[in-house]
Design a protein around this ligand. Structure first.
Ligand code: ADP
Length: 246
């Protein structure tokens, strides 16, 4: 198991957004998270990346790193958690005044202090991998939404994370641009990246996921293989949600 989470809880003031979440993330597998808006999906993803710190819960990584949020964790441990994953955001979050290439090289060079020439080569190959070989010197505003999101994916890959996190990666895109982004994510799944994907794309989730988790109101309502959770859900709330969006 890449990561085992026990008893994850997170509140914003009085609002309990995640309630006693137990979760296993398997190495080389794809976990998709679905559920209604406001159910806590993004917050869960942000907790995996230390963009939010849980109030309670224990994260146990396969490599021995254990973080117990029932106590205050050190800045260093938060940083260790952050460095394990690369995040792809709904709204791309690219630096507007940097080229596609510079957006990809920024993290490895500035944060990880890696060798500039090597990082540049890596960035070029990642941009090629996501189909943007001829766009590397363009700025975000010169790219379509789908192209910007593919830069976002290359940027997350460039830090060579152990875990890739996707927060509704296609929800800001026009329908005709969704496919090109989903294709890149499917390619990563085939390469056995460990991934957690928040998505509303049912068909995509069915194709790409090893496990689907359905959340509602801060709880995991149901989880299992996609053919069970998406095709033959046991829980009423899952059934109702799928009926609404299909
Ligand atoms: P989802 O991704 O399923 O739509 P979120 O995790 O974004 O759900 O949000 C869950 C709930 O937490 C929502 O009610 C949202 O308004 C609230 N929330 C999220 N982030 C914050 C924050 N930083 N401060 C206060 N409330 C927040």
């Amino acid at each position: 198991m890449f990561l085992t989470i026990n008893g994850l809880a997170k509140a914003f003031g009085d609002l309990e957004v995640l309630k006693d979440i137990d979760l296993e993330i398997e190495k080389g597998k794809v976990l998709s998270i679905m559920g209604p808006s406001g159910s806590g999906k993004t917050t869960l993803l942000r907790c995996l990346n230390a963009l939010e710190l849980p109030d309670n819960g224990v994260f146990s990584f396969e490599d021995g790193l254990t973080l117990n949020f029932d106590k205050k964790i050190s800045k260093q441990d938060a940083l260790r958690l952050r460095r394990k994953s690369g995040m792809v955001f709904q709204s791309y979050n690219l630096f507007p005044h940097k080229t596609a290439l510079e957006n990809v090289t920024e993290g490895p060079i500035i944060v990880q202090k890696r060798n500039k020439t090597e990082v540049r080569e890596l960035a070029e190959s990642l941009l090629e991998k996501v189909g943007l070989k001829d766009k590397i010197n363009l700025y975000p505003h010169q790219l379509s939404g789908g192209q910007q999101q593919r830069v976002g994916i290359a940027r997350a890959l460039a830090i060579e994370p152990e875990l890739m996190l996707f927060d509704e990666p296609t929800s800001a895109l026009d329908p005709e641009l969704i496919g090109e982004v989903l294709t890149v994510i499917k390619d990563l799944a085939r390469e056995n990246w460990t991934m957690v994907i928040v998505t509303h794309e049912v068909q995509f989730a069915e194709q790409v996921s090893d496990k689907v988790l359905f959340m509602d109101n801060g709880y995991i309502v149901e989880q299992g293989p996609p053919e069970e959770v998406l095709k033959d859900p046991k829980e009423k709330r899952t059934q109702q949600f799928l009926q609404r969006i299909l």
